[in-house]
Design a protein around this ligand. Sequence first.
Ligand SMILES: O=C(CO)[C@@H](O)[C@H](O)[C@H](O)[C@H](O)COP(=O)(O)O
Ligand SMILES: [Zn+2]
Length: 200
Amino acid sequence: MSDSDFIHATLTAHLAVIRDLATLTPQIAQIADQMWAGLTSGGRIFWLGNGGSAADCQHLAAELVGRFARERPGLASIALTTDTSILTSVANDYGFNQIFARQVAALCRAGDVVMALSTSGNSPNVLRALETAAQLGVTRIGLSGGDGGQMRQLCDHCLCVPATNTARIQEAHIVIGHLWCDLLEQRAVTVASEFPQLDR
Ligand SMILES: O=C(CO)[C@@H](O)[C@H](O)[C@H](O)[C@H](O)COP(=O)(O)O
Ligand SMILES: [Zn+2]
């Protein structure tokens, strides 16, 4: 296959996955409602995932704490993928599978929301974090692909992009993540004055 053919085939596959996200519209909206409910009751939104998904986690937490496109109060959100001292010490002392679970145990409380990003749904460190979150009564949202892997049964709500290629799934994840940021921001702009807990 020539480079041009490869590029065309990849872009065609990407567009097909993004087009099919329309089938997930009710679920995307429902999860935005769950995130908003957590924020307006004083909870925080935590993000975790590996590799490209780790980058998505810090990207999306930054959109919520800072801004997406419009002025509004900062929204409480923390990426559990960014503190190299925590990540290396926990991995070194307890094992890599504990890097998120240990942070969830230390930081998350009932009323918080954990957003777990895993294209396979089978990364052990993500699964351990969801198990810990369940013990704490934390709302667990999964963002995955295919059938959601083992993560599906550990989440309150697992959104599965209808694709199997890791890169295509990740590309859809950031579209969905931006939709959540936009939807939360619209709520925050409109009704923030009713929720002083948004403006700590
Ligand atoms: O970004 C990519 C591939 O596009 C990779 O870094 C990818 O995120 C890593 O292989 C991850 O370890 C995959 O983990 P997961 O999505 O299956 O949980
Ligand atoms: Zn990647």
